[in-house]
Ligand binder design. Structure first.
Ligand SMILES: *Cc1c(COP(=O)(O)O)cnc(C)c1O
Length: 432
């Protein structure tokens, strides 16, 4: 906590809360599938004086002066993003994943257009056309969901819906889908109906970098991502795209613009003002970290750990949505239990296992309580856990679930054991 010495002096209240959160995050099991630990380098870049600079526009075409170095910085971030993912074009300015997705709508659709996406209860993101979000208010979602029996995509069903409804864009990506996504199959469908195909890889980007998940870049017009979550960068979004638009029928007023230019214009000046250069710096650093062999090993180990955790839980008699996992996440299915997903997530948190409640396919309970708990292995892998550790984690999860009616007695014991266990690991951005 030495690097907070100024804050400690001038604002002890905030300092104290950061200190408490730091202790909490290094003495509990961080299993929320969308979180991670950013490195000291990423945190330093994000905490730098770049927070002061205004640079509306893009490198070489800014509306403010004094950009010699920040132009180089943003170009570096863009080039690293392109290299890391093998993309033709990258935009690193979106403030987060949702604004990145918003820009996709502005670049590809007109208000009132149809798009295909997964509803939130099926594992889609709010921005994939959900009703309470701008994307469901200003555009029309044609929903598709994993098959409630298998928990997997039924491509024949998706093709049928696509052909009947002819959406202009298909979102492929999820916040809670534990299986690999075959972008090639979605691209075939999009091709048959002349729809844009957009992948949202916010959750799984590191698996793609590590080569343990199919690569969307060759098959999709646009790929949207966050740079936090599994990528371990700052809280931000970025967009990758093809340069050219595949469709002659592009009905944009300014049709002289290619796809890459439309994406850029949608982000700025379409939706945002000045880019967050300190965050773009952190993103560039995270991209560089992601190009190392260590990062590939991390991605591979995340998937191995998830598989091991799933197998251990299955062996103890638990049910998993979709039968298991081949990504970083798994969803415990408590439909047959007396307790809800919300009660389970609360009991787990009380015991030092931090996760979230989540709908399961065919969930009879409301989205406010659900029958599931979503677990991710990317943070535990980041601090160095391996398969044998996953067996221990499965043991604690089992103990919590079996003792849920007397959790107030059991939780403090488990919480202590987990804190003790955590003390042997190295936490990026926390352990000096
Ligand atoms: C997290 C997430 C987003 C949005 O990210 P925010 O940064 O929270 O706005 C978008 N899409 C998917 C699939 C996500 O998981």
């Amino acid at each position: 906590m030495e690097r907070y010495s100024h804050l400690k002096q001038t604002d002890p209240e905030i300092y104290e809360l950061i200190r408490k959160q730091t202790n909490y995050e290094s003495s509990t099991l961080k299993m929320i599938a969308s979180e991670s630990y950013a490195s000291f380098s990423v945190l330093e870049a994000c905490g730098s004086i770049l927070t002061n600079k205004y640079a509306e526009g893009y490198s070489g075409a800014r509306y403010y002066e004094g950009n010699e170095f920040v132009d180089q910085l943003e170009t570096l971030a863009i080039n690293r993003a392109k290299r890391l993912f093998g993309a033709e074009h990258a935009n690193v300015q979106p403030y987060s994943g949702s604004p990145a997705n918003h820009a996709v709508y502005r670049a590809l659709l007109k208000t009132g257009d149809k798009l295909m996406g997964m509803p939130v209860p099926s594992g889609g993101h709010l921005t994939h056309g959900w009703k309470v979000n701008f994307s469901g208010m200003d555009y029309v979602q044609i929903p598709y969901s994993p098959n409630p029996e298998t928990g997997k995509f039924d491509m024949d069903q998706i093709r049928q819906t696509a052909k009947k409804e002819r959406p202009k864009m298909i979102w492929v990506g999820a916040t809670a889908y534990p299986h690999k996504i075959e972008y090639k199959d979605f691209a075939e469908i999009a091709g048959e109906i002349d729809a844009y195909l957009v992948a949202d890889i916010a959750h799984i980007n590191a698996l793609i970098v590590a080569g343990v998940h199919p690569d969307p870049v060759p098959y999709c017009d646009v790929v949207s991502s966050t740079s936090h979550k599994m990528l371990r960068g700052p809280r931000a979004g970025f967009l990758l795209s093809k340069k050219e638009d595949r469709f002659q029928t592009n009905y944009f007023s300014d049709s002289k613009l290619n796809l890459a230019q439309r994406i850029d214009r949608a982000v700025f000046p379409g939706l945002q003002g000045g880019p967050h250069l300190h965050i773009i710096a952190g993103m560039a650093t995270a991209f560089q970290e992601a190009m190392t062999p260590e990062f590939k090993n991390y991605g591979v180990q995340v998937a191995k750990n998830a598989k091991k955790l799933a197998d251990s839980l299955l062996a103890k008699g638990y049910t998993l949505a979709g039968g298991g996992t081949d990504t970083h996440l798994l969803i415990l299915d408590f439909r047959k239990e007396e307790f809800t997903g919300k009660e389970a997530a609360k009991a787990l948190a009380q015991s030092g296992i931090i996760a979230n409640f989540n709908m399961v396919p065919g969930d009879p309970r409301s989205p406010f309580v659900t029958s599931g708990v979503r677990l991710g292995t990317q943070s535990l892998t980041t601090i160095g856990m391996k398969e044998t550790d996953m067996e221990k984690v499965a043991g604690w999860i089992d103990r919590v679930c079996r003792n849920i009616v007397r959790i107030n007695d059991e939780a403090p014991k488990i919480r202590l054991e987990i804190a003790e266990f955590c003390s042997q690991f190295q936490f990026p951005g926390i352990t000096e």
